[in-house]
Design a protein. Structure first.
Length: 275
């Protein structure tokens, strides 16, 4: 700044503007300094950060590329193995099914053969049994008829008191078992014991004792008589359906069980408890 002396004081003087040539010469200098100014080198930390940020992306791409080929062969191998196993199972099933068919046919044929053989053997056995039974039947039938007739005659002899007939029909050591709780119940041994039993029955009933023989069925050793006993005692009437079993040996009665009544308590009350 140039000071100019003026009247009344001193005023500052404006600087003269720079010419175009001066500005042009000065600007390139500053520009040159900026362009030529050396750049600061990057620090080690910045370089490490750049490397660290740049590494993950390629690794992820590499992993993805490697994983894809590994899955494809596993699926292909699994499908192939499943197909092989399926083929083996199908083959085994076909073989078993075929074997079962063969076994079934064999068993059917064997069963038919055995069945026919068994049927033939069974028919032969039945035929033999029928011939044997047919041979024995007349003798057994004859014995049963004889035993039935002996029991019918014994009934008539007992009711009439025919001692001579009883000696031929009843064994000397015969035993008559009377069931129940009356005074007549118990064992009555020998012919005399049976005669006394019927005498007591007639006495207690006042001579009103009646025995209706409905039927007699017999075999070679036994006979069963179905009877109905009727009696009156002290104004009380008794009509008892009974069953009597006879054991017969050599045409004579050796043991008797009965009479077994359909109303045993009524029978016991009718005959009384005294002996």
């Amino acid at each position: 700044m140039v000071e100019t002396t003026m009247t009344g004081g001193t005023t500052p003087r404006e600087p003269e503007p720079a010419t175009g040539s001066e500005s042009q010469t000065e600007r390139p200098a500053s520009t040159t300094r900026r362009a030529t100014a050396p750049k600061k080198p990057a620090t080690r930390r910045a370089a490490a950060r750049q490397k660290a940020s740049a590494r993950p992306a390629p690794r992820a791409r590499t992993t993805a590329k490697r994983a894809a080929p590994k899955e494809a062969p596993a699926e292909t191998e699994g499908r192939g193995l499943a197909a092989q196993l399926g083929g083996l199972v199908t083959g085994a099933s076909d073989a078993l099914f075929g074997g079962a068919k063969i076994a079934g046919r064999t068993a059917s044929r064997l069963g038919t053969t055995i069945g026919r053989s068994s049927l033939g053997a069974g028919r032969a056995l039945v035929s033999t049994t029928e011939r044997l039974v047919g041979t024995l039947r007349p003798a057994a039938h004859a014995e049963a008829e004889a035993n039935s007739a002996a029991v019918r005659r014994a009934y008539r002899a007992l009711l009439k008191g025919d001692v001579l007939a009883l000696e031929q029909l009843i064994a000397e050591d015969v035993v008559w078992h009377v069931p129940g709780r009356s005074g007549l119940a118990g064992d009555h041994p020998g012919r005399e014991g049976i005669v006394r039993l019927f005498a007591r029955l007639s006495e207690r009933s006042g001579g009103s004792l009646r025995v209706d023989l409905h039927d007699v069925t017999a075999s070679a050793e036994h006979a069963v008589a179905l009877q109905e006993l009727r009696a009156t005692r002290e104004g009380t009437k008794l009509a008892s359906k009974q069953l009597v079993v006879f054991h017969i040996h050599a045409g004579r009665i050796t043991e008797v069980w009965g009479p077994a009544s359909m109303t045993p308590y009524e029978d016991d009350e009718f005959w009384g408890g005294e002996s």
